[in-house]
Design a protein around this ligand. Structure first.
Ligand code: GDP
Ligand code: IMO
Ligand code: MG
Length: 459
């Protein structure tokens, strides 16, 4: 049995969808534990592209149970569109379960997200405008609507009447927007409730039962470490906890149930939205990375900002998430380059700085210190083992592993499942990978925990 958390180690869009889909072959259950329809996870299987916002990437395996956990926020309209799209492609969604305690994104959340971004002017966050922040804010304020509320029409009617009237005051008085018709909102959401009802369960209990049956569970993070509300580059963050610790809270499992944590990082860095980005390349190099990496947002279509790999952020992600290993994606995007830069430290007020500063102002002033490595200038798209890689590409990976003091277990060289090198089975292999022989593994438990139920990863 191995329960594994997959997280983004940068600012999101690292390729978590591809890696989760790949690892789902060894999983009996996949759980999304935070975020909402701000996420866009792309999975490419046999030339067909799936863009998932809320439904876990494990859905493409017919026998894998998929759970949208308690820590997520659910926009039922978008979720139903996603269900319809999968149905149209004959992908079964029977195994999809939705937490009864997940919070629901309402029309006023989307309107407030959009209006507050406009009001912020130069201080805007660059949100996806999907109502994520306002939904989580209501959850904290204890005025949120949960999936369980949607399941009870009579009390929902009363609850929504009060809430919509209350939010109308905010829309009208604070943002000069027209009020919503409470009855129209009630009717719309009662309709969604009936469609989603068969999927709504006590998800923490289902996960607990699966754990007791020693089934393999994958916890799929959305967004990334630097977008974490507590540990990211605040205030330019999302409103949930994408870090590995968020999996316990968002899924409703104890930390003792997690066996492994896998970080996903691109071979370079991207960011969508506002906020400091020390290694950003506002030049031809940034454009080249955007073109070769097709760096346009899955959810909003916005251009992603592009830059070099940032080892300070990488080390931070290893620390904050307790990473056991990394999956490095999009190595192929660097194929053409004669030279590649990696940020190994920052220069902050004339001092060399190896750790991410906690202050937003200090982070904005960090200047990257680069190490230049030779490129390989040949295609890696067809490489299927470390031996197939050009020497310079292998050196690049070894450099990253040493810089971050974490093994690299997976290397991805293209969007499809087969464009992958499994250096070491990250779920069932030893807690020590080949590329970096870590002297002091973070995990304290022995190998016995992971020896049962070995299922090879087939791509
Ligand atoms: P996520 O949000 O972390 O799941 O990542 P996204 O799906 O938003 O963005 C990653 C993009 O890169 C998607 O379009 C993937 O299909 C694509 N992708 C994933 N891995 C690779 C890779 O190794 N090489 C290339 N060229 N594309 C990849
Ligand atoms: P996946 O799961 C990249 C960014 C937004 C914005 C900030 C806050 O595909 O990696 P929000 O709408 O969450 O309040 O926006 O977070 N953001 C993402 N960036 N990938 C994502 O998800 C993101 N989800 C939110 O661009 O900067
Ligand atoms: Mg994405």
């Amino acid at each position: 049995m191995a329960n594994v958390v997959v997280i983004g180690a940068q600012w999101g869009d690292e390729g978590k969808g591809k890696i989760t889909d790949l690892l789902s072959n060894s999983a009996d259950m996949v759980v999304r534990y935070q975020g909402g329809v701000n996420a866009g996870h792309t999975v490419v299987v046999k030339g067909q592209t799936f863009k998932l916002h809320l439904i876990p990437s494990g859905i493409l395996y017919p026998s894998t149970e998929c759970i949208i956990g308690s820590g997520t926020v659910i926009d039922p309209k978008v979720l139903i569109q996603e269900l319809d799209q999968l149905d149209a492609l004959h992908i079964s969604t029977e195994n999809l379960l939705i937490s009864s305690t997940a919070h629901v994104t309402m029309p006023y959340h989307r309107l407030i997200d959009q209006a507050s971004e406009e009001r912020r002017g130069d201080h805007k966050i660059g949100t996806t405008k999907r109502g994520i922040g306002p939904t989580y804010a209501d959850k904290s304020e204890r005025t949120g609507i949960r999936m369980i509320d949607l399941m009870e029409p009579e009390s929902l009617r009363k609850l929504l009447h009060w809430t919509v009237t209350h939010k109308n005051a905010v829309l009208e008085k604070l943002y000069d927007l027209p009020p919503l018709d409470p009855e129209a909102v009630i009717q719309e959401y009662l309709g969604y409730a009936e469609r989603l009802r068969p999927h709504v369960v006590d998800s923490s209990l289902r996960i607990h039962e699966a754990i007791r049956q020693r089934r393999n569970i994958l916890f799929e993070g959305a967004q990334g470490t630097l977008l974490d509300l507590d540990h990211g580059t605040y205030p330019y963050v999302t409103s949930s906890n994408p870090v590995a610790g968020g999996a316990c809270v968002g899924a409703g499992v104890g930390p003792t149930m997690i066996d492994r944590v896998i970080g996903v990082a691109k071979a370079y860095t991207t960011r969508v939205g506002e906020g400091p980005f020390p290694t950003e390349q506002l030049n031809e190099m940034g454009e080249l990375l955007r073109d070769r990496g097709a760096e346009f947002g899955t959810t909003t279509g916005r251009e992603r900002r592009c830059g070099w790999f940032d080892g300070v952020i990488g080390r931070y992600a290893v620390r904050i998430n307790g990473l056991d290993c990394l999956a490095i994606t999009k190595l192929d995007v660097l194929d053409e380059l004669a030279e590649i830069q990696v940020c190994v430290a920052y220069d902050l007020d004339g001092e060399r700085c190896h750790e991410l500063p906690t202050g937003a102002r200090q982070f904005a002033q960090c200047r990257p210190v680069y190490k230049t490595l030779p490129g390989w200038q040949q295609s890696t798209a067809d490489c299927r083992s470390l031996e197939d890689l050009p020497a310079a590409a292998l050196n690049y990976l070894k450099f990253l592993a040493e810089l971050m003091e974490v093994p690299i277990a997976i290397v991805s060289l293209g969007a499809s499942r087969d464009q992958t090198i499994i250096v070491e089975d990250p779920i069932h292999g030893p807690k020590r990978a080949l590329l970096y022989d870590r002297a002091q593994p973070i995990g304290l438990r022995g190998e016995a925990t992971h020896s049962a139920a070995i299922r090879a990863i087939e791509v």
